[in-house]
Ligand binder design. Structure first.
Ligand SMILES: Nc1nc2c(ncn2[C@@H]2O[C@H](COP(=O)(O)OP(=O)(O)OP(=O)(O)O)[C@@H](O)[C@H]2O)c(=O)[nH]1
Ligand SMILES: [Mg+2]
Ligand SMILES: [Zn+2]
Length: 414
């Protein structure tokens, strides 16, 4: 073989080897990403390839020993900072010099996807006009174990930015509250934060498509009370209330109004109740929560048509006719103006009851709470016991049958 030919063959072998290496890398990435990769980013523009590559290579596929090497670097850095007299301790427990801290920019997490989060920086005008895509500083991940994720939508964070405008979340500021649910992947032990730091929760239900489900409303009300959050109820799709349903509809809503919860009737089709809802959102950070398909995203878009939310037709193919199809898959936060923030969430059924003991459930029903202590048995759970003050109140009509039935159903879930 001539030298030329040899060189050509060598070049071909090298190119094939490179190709194989690339394929192996791609396969390894697919494997490592398996649990999350099914969740396609909702906004395609979220992850351009360069970002995805960098994130995956940096955070997920590391050469053997790399993790230990990084820990050592972090330890050295921490020791160095400890020697600096002006050092301050960040939430992550690592000391930082004042100059490092000064470079931290405060912001609000508006969306999370594939381990990256999008942050609106404070002070941008109009608010939310600019957002920074951020990775998370490694030691943040290790320090948060009660929840399955380190950063949640609604978190206030401090970030640093590199010259290319990319960011790193350095610190998550203390949360004033969280709405969380059991992590479906991890059972009851670990919770998944749906949203953090909100002022109020709007429980969205619909009269039909899907059917009003008062038990879920109660779950959400309990979640709100446990987090000391204002709660109000929006019953959407009132255009679907037929003449024959009217009495039942009004009576159901009256149960909650009698307990002093604000109930707003809305329809994105007729525009009913939208002005009232808009006013209730003003100057607050509000999360909209409720079963899939009730119209949470539709309501937000009816109020602020510029929002880029996905709305889905109600599927008729589900096991239960009229059950909504999931269309929103991630919580997302939107600025309507400087002080008005709304958060759209996916339909979630299992809010609220994590950590509630059976014997405390009644205390989350204010109308039952006033009767506690008056039952014959001090450990009465108000189901089958004789001389139960709660059941007597139900019989007298002081506690709505609907609420008592919800209590019994939720008790059985605990
Ligand atoms: N008849 C009627 N249909 C509505 C109304 N509001 C929303 N819809 C429809 O209900 C369906 C579901 O609406 P979405 O806004 O996607 O519901 P969602 O609560 O955001 O659902 P998830 O994102 O799955 O949690 C869509 O087909 C909407 O067009 C309403 O007031 N009346
Ligand atoms: Mg939605
Ligand atoms: Zn009792």
């Amino acid at each position: 073989m001539t030298d030329d030919k040899l060189e050509q063959v060598e070049r071909q072998i090298k190119s094939m080897q490179k190709h194989i290496r690339k394929q192996e890398l791609r396969q390894a990435r697919r494997k490592t990403d398996a649990p999350t990769s099914k969740k396609k980013p909702r906004h395609k523009d979220w992850l351009d390839d360069a970002w995805e590559d960098e994130f995956n290579l940096d955070e997920r596929i590391m050469p053997r020993g790399e993790d230990e090497r990084r820990k050592q670097v972090a330890r050295l850095a921490a020791n160095k900072a400890r020697r600096t007299p002006s050092g301050v301790v960040s939430a992550s427990g690592v000391e930082e010099s004042t100059s490092e801290r000064a470079a931290h920019i405060p912001g609000l997490v508006v969306e999370i996807n594939s381990g990256l989060c999008r942050v609106h920086l404070d002070g941008d005008s109009p608010p939310g006009s600019k957002s920074i895509l951020c990775t998370l500083r490694g030691n943040l991940r290790r320090n948060r174990i009660a929840y399955s994720q380190t950063v949640a939508v609604g978190d206030r964070v401090l970030i640093t930015q590199d010259g290319d405008g990319r960011g790193v979340v350095e610190e998550v500021l203390p949360r004033k509250n969280v709405l969380a649910r059991p992590d479906p992947m991890k059972g009851n032990a670990v919770q998944q934060i749906v949203v953090a730091n909100v002022d109020q929760v709007i429980i969205v239900a619909s009269w039909r498509e899907p059917y009003l489900w008062p038990e879920l409303i109660d779950r959400y009300l309990i979640a709100a009370q446990r987090n000391a959050l204002e709660a109000l109820i929006v019953v959407n799709k009132v255009d679907l209330v037929e003449a024959g349903d009217r009495d039942e509809f009004e009576a159901t809503l009256q149960v909650y109004e009698n307990l002093k919860w604000r109930v707003v009737q809305t329809s994105t089709l007729t525009g009913a109740g939208l002005d009232e809802l808009r006013q209730l959102l003003t100057e607050k950070m509000t999360v909209l929560a409720g079963l899939s398909g009730v119209g949470k995203s539709s309501l937000l878009m009816a109020i602020a048509p510029d929002l880029d939310l996905r709305v889905g037709a109600v599927s008729q193919q589900g096991l239960f006719t009229g059950q909504g199809r999931h269309t929103t898959t991630q919580s997302s936060l939107w600025h309507l103006d400087a002080d008005t923030v709304v958060i759209d969430t996916p339909g979630i059924r299992d809010f609220g009851l994590t950590g509630v003991e059976r014997d405390e459930l009644a205390s989350w029903y204010p109308e039952m709470n006033v009767h506690l202590g008056n039952c014959r048995f001090s450990d009465c759970v108000h189901l089958d016991e004789p001389d139960c003050a709660v059941k007597a109140a139900v019989e007298r009509g002081e506690i709505a049958q609907l609420r008592y039935e919800n209590y019994c159903a939720l008790y059985a879930c605990l």
